[in-house]
Design a protein around this ligand. Structure first.
Ligand code: PRP
Ligand code: URA
Length: 210
């Protein structure tokens, strides 16, 4: 498993505003989308491409185009939905599948309540989007779900992670073809499984309390 922390100053700047509890929900949504576009730039470094040749007005030029089958982007509902637009801005030809997961706030165990994905993911390159990697339970379950469907190459893009969750993902998915791209790794988890200092509940800040 590879982990890449994209600690670019623009990312850190936007992340700082995102963390601020006085940031409004419309601003929070806009920042998540912008951060996603910056993280997508890092997260798609390994996107599969084929070599092509095009005719410029002057001569032939060698280049690349994104391979078929196109990448599959999988936002984890709810909070991952806030990242989707930022991702498809950079990868407009990607297909999108959905996984709905909710973490039980007492046990911290995730349950999957919705799924809309192709039955066969063999040979598909998948990009999972979820802003928060806290205990890691949701991300591990999501990636295992994709592997069970045949995926072999998964990149997860998260805005924030806790060291405990990152270690759990590394342990659970050791030896698999997984890349994790992060905006930052925070200090720790608190006793409620929240990232410290974190940004609070990403789903609630994007879409309101449930
Ligand atoms: C949040 C977050 C992750 C999960 C992270 O979702 O978006 O999916 O918690 O926690 P974990 O690493 O401990 O599993 P939540 O379950 O609150 O659902 P929501 O997106 O609908 O708010
Ligand atoms: N989910 C969130 O939205 N925030 C956290 O800090 C942990 C889990």
């Amino acid at each position: 498993m590879r982990v890449h922390v994209a600690d670019h100053p623009l990312i850190t700047h936007k992340l700082t505003v995102l963390r601020d509890q006085s940031t409004s929900s419309p601003m929070f949504r806009a920042l998540v989308e912008e951060l996603m576009t910056l993280l997508a730039y890092e997260g798609t470094r390994g996107v599969r491409v084929d070599e092509v040749t095009v005719q410029t007005p002057v001569s032939l030029a060698r280049g690349v185009k994104i391979s078929d089958p196109k990448p599959l982007v999988v936002p984890i509902l709810r909070a991952g939905l806030g990242m989707l637009e930022g991702m498809v801005k950079l990868l407009p030809t990607a297909e999108v599948g959905f996984l709905g997961m909710a973490r039980n706030e007492e046990t911290l165990q995730p349950t999957t309540y919705a799924e809309r994905l192709p039955d066969d993911l063999s040979d598909r390159q998948c990009f999972v989007l979820d802003p928060m990697l806290a205990t890691g339970g949701s991300l591990i379950a999501a990636i295992e779900f994709l592997f069970d469907r045949g995926a072999v190459d998964v990149t997860a893009i998260c805005i924030l992670a806790a060291p405990e969750g990152l270690a759990a993902v590394e342990k659970a998915l050791a030896g698999r073809e997984v890349t994790i791209v992060l905006g930052a790794v925070d200090e720790r988890l608190d006793e409620h499984g929240y990232i410290v200092p974190g940004l609070g509940d990403a789903g609630d800040r994007l879409y309101g309390l449930v």
